[in-house]
Ligand binder design. Sequence first.
Ligand SMILES: Cc1cc2nc3c(=O)[nH]c(=O)nc-3n(C[C@H](O)[C@H](O)[C@H](O)COP(=O)(O)OP(=O)(O)OC[C@H]3O[C@@H](n4cnc5c(N)ncnc54)[C@H](O)[C@@H]3O)c2cc1C
Ligand code: SF4
Length: 548
Amino acid sequence: MQVIPASEVHDVIVIGSGAAGGMAAWNLTRQGVNVLLLDAGTPFRRASFWTHVKPWEWRARTEAGRKPPQFRLDDREQPIDTPKDKPFDLYRVWGRGGKTNVWGRVSLRYGDVDFAGPAKDGWEIPWPIRYKDIAPYYDKVDQFIGVNGGPEDLDVLPGSKYHLPPPAMRCGEQVLRKAGESIGIEFVHGRRAVLTKPHNGHNACHYCGACGRGCDVAAFFNSSDYLLEPAFKTGKLKIIDNAVAARVLTGDNGLATGVQYFDRYTKAERQVKGRIVIVAASCIDSTRILLNSKSARHPNGLGNSNDVIGRYLIEQIRFHMSGFVPDLIGTKALNDDGISGEHMYMPRYNHRDGRKRDYLRGFGMQLWNTGAQANAGFAKQVDGFGLDFKKRVKARYPALVSLHPYGEVLPRKENRVVVDPKHLDQYGLPVARIEFTTGENERKMAAEMYDMAESLLRAAKAEILPFTRGEVDTPGLAIHEHGTIRMGDDAKRSALNGFCQMHEVKNVFCVDGAAFPTSTEKNPTLTILALAWRATDYLAQEMKAGRV
Ligand SMILES: Cc1cc2nc3c(=O)[nH]c(=O)nc-3n(C[C@H](O)[C@H](O)[C@H](O)COP(=O)(O)OP(=O)(O)OC[C@H]3O[C@@H](n4cnc5c(N)ncnc54)[C@H](O)[C@@H]3O)c2cc1C
Ligand code: SF4
């Protein structure tokens, strides 16, 4: 097939338009830098979202052959490999905004318990930054995208002066909060990137609770409306949709010269040229692109002479436990939809009591599905038959409480992404193979997580729904992949410096979660946004000074 090379040399090529790529494009274009963004998908149009389609209308539509927008990329189009005994459930969204079209919006700051954790306990490499380095960027992100939250300010969950008002905690959440107090577990208001009042020209949330289908009024942060649209207004941004980046191209000096990509549908191969390349295709896809960018100067993948890229894949362990709290059984069902997901969060606490654990790091907990929300799927777990069953379900509808603890997974060399030259995708590119298991540390942590969840439900005197102690979700389901292109001060053990710039290839940056040396127990997107903002401020300065 004929390759169509380009003659224009762009200032910066960004690969990916999710949280990371969107932030990079927005921050650079507003500083006068010309950006070409390659995105593997087609734009999602808000007007086509099925946010407010009622169940009966949904049925009529699907019976008529219509489909809601398909956010999740079908693995049959773009496969990944996993060993049979090591499943990994990878959730990818290809298209403008990436996963921020459907993300859960939980927006938690990392603290020095996280940034200094590895240096303290010695497990793998330290973060090259501390809270003070990123705090100004968390402030800017909170103000720019709008994050609601309470006044709490904790070592493990630093506060923010810029939170929008939080939604009230639901009745079930308040019952859990009281139960937590009785056994020394502290809860705080949830922190979510949902607008509880109009903000920076975006609409406030109207509490329909249907965020998982995409918000048709953009009342929660998504990269497309909040970052790409203002970036377009600068006149400095160009996007090529359906451009599946394959490789970063390099010159004889080993530096990047551009990107090779394939049209998603016609499969035509093209090349674009740039002075700088920013990889932001989300952890696994970014890793795959760098590993596939082999050349004489980079035989083990781009900037990977130390064999770090692809290794140290980290995620989080997670499980679910639910129950019905007697205080609320049989009470009037209120509309608990709210901003969907939780209005309350349990921060990590296991570092506070001074008790030595037999595992490293910690866990926090989310509480989505608590209360009388649109989803009555819990009924499947209620006993009974006929009218009695209906009464029991109705009585329990307001009383459901749902616990979802998330625990940190330690980085280990053998947990990795490789590219498989024997398994090629439809463009002839080696697909990603993910080899990942959790270990002893996670097993021990899960035991305490189960103890915590069960004691909390017992303190609330809940009817606890059946659970299997020790069981955790299939890896990948937390949708927080990190670590495979990690940052660090030691160039022998990391791929990037603290500004997300490659140690070995100075004109290549990676600004997504792959850059994180640890996963923490928290959701990463707020930190991805803050780090991408910081990295691109640094890049803009370096470009002005002529150093890159
Ligand atoms: C259901 C769900 C709930 C979540 N809940 C939360 C939450 O509550 N809090 C939180 O912090 N995080 C949450 N996440 C995770 C969050 O969405 C991600 O952390 C965040 O979107 C990552 O941003 P990113 O830019 O790295 O990747 P993405 O947002 O996935 O964007 C990747 C971009 O890269 C493009 N791309 C991929 N491959 C290529 C290629 N080869 N060439 C060109 N472009 C490419 C894609 O089209 C896309 O635009 C959730 C995710 C999901 C799916
Ligand atoms: S609950 Fe709010 S943010 Fe979610 S879809 Fe409805 S309006 Fe949008």
